[in-house]
Every structure is written in C-alpha cells, then in structure tokens.
Design a protein around this ligand. Sequence first.
Ligand code: AMP
Length: 193
Amino acid sequence: MRLIMFGPPGAGKGTQASRLSERLNVPQLSTGDMLRTAVARKTPVGLEAKELMERGNLVGDDIVIGCVLERLQEPDATHGFILDGFPRTIGQAKAFDTELEKSGSRLDAVLELKVIESALLDRIVHRARAAKAEGLPVRADDNPDALRVRLDAYRAQTEPLAKYYHDAGLLRTINGLLPIDEVTAHLLIELRL
Ligand code: AMP
C-alpha cells in the first residue's frame, strides 16, 4: 500500500505511521527523521536544513523532494510505503504526483489526523517532557516558539493539501483526538483492513 499520513505537528502522524508500517509490512518514511539524520551528520542537506528546522520553518521543496525520491529507490519501498510528514506543500504534492505517474504507481489513500489546535501544544510539551525523562534527546523544535511557527507553516502551506487530496478522491479523515489504539482502529477501518 502507498499511503500518506497527513496532519499538523503533534497530531500523532509518527506514532500511527509506525503502527501501520508494522501491520502492513511497508516502511515508514519520515522526512523529519531523514532531515534530522542529515543535520546530525552535517551533510550538505543537513547544513542547509538545520536553522530552518530549529525555527520551525519548512525546508525547501527541492531538498525534501530529493530526499524522498532517493529513499523511494531503496528496495524495501518498491511495494509500498507510508509517508510521514511529506508532502507539506502543493509544490511537493505535484512533484510527487508526477513521479508516481512516471513509475506507473498510484497512492491508495491520504490519511488525515484531525486534531484541534489547542490540543497540539499540550502534546508537544508532553512529548518533550517524556523524551527528557527517558534520557532521550529533546527535539530542537519541540518548544512553544518553534511550535507557533510550525503551526503557522502548517496552516499556510500544508493545510491546502487537504482540498488537493480530497478533490483527488484520496482523503480519509480520522479524529486524532481519540486514544491511540482507537485512532489506529479507525485507520484500519478506513483502509478496509
Ligand atoms: P516533523 O518531524 O515531520 O515534524 O518535521 C520536522 C521539521 O522538518 C519540520 O518542521 C520542517 O522544518 C522539516 N520538514 C519535515 N518534512 C518536511 C517537508 N515535507 N517539507 C519541508 N520541511 C519539512
């Protein structure tokens, strides 16, 4: 299956994509993780992305599209994938559609996790605290200032994709405020699994 997880920061995309990835036996492709790895390794992509990510801004379309297309060449992605955090702009979505068309494949669904904005800040603060308590590194953008920028970027650049994929007949919207197991159950129902 070829799926996109879609929703604002803190909606639970990563958690649900990871569960679906295990269930469907397809890789979870998180552009945020790819970029964080590039930043940690100080690659040219990482050097370009670092400041933008820390502030909560989006990284340029060309860079992100390049990362995704390269990752999709790997053998584990030939029979399916769950994209987590991509596309985030209409430009990325259109470029991705062109690539899918070239390869003769198509998306099965775009899964939207709907979460009201007031719940997102709480979730992000909780995620940062939980990481700290476990001795894990806290994301540089998991703080109130960067979150505000990330939410603005979501509203301005990413939310219009809901209409784009709705018009394409691919959008499935799930209430992301439900408990984690229930969200997973609803996702599986939407996928008729
Ligand atoms: P995430 O882990 O998905 O929350 O992404 C963390 C950060 O990585 C975002 O705030 C952006 O700075 C960057 N990023 C991840 N995916 C994309 C994308 N598709 N387009 C642009 N920037 C991205």
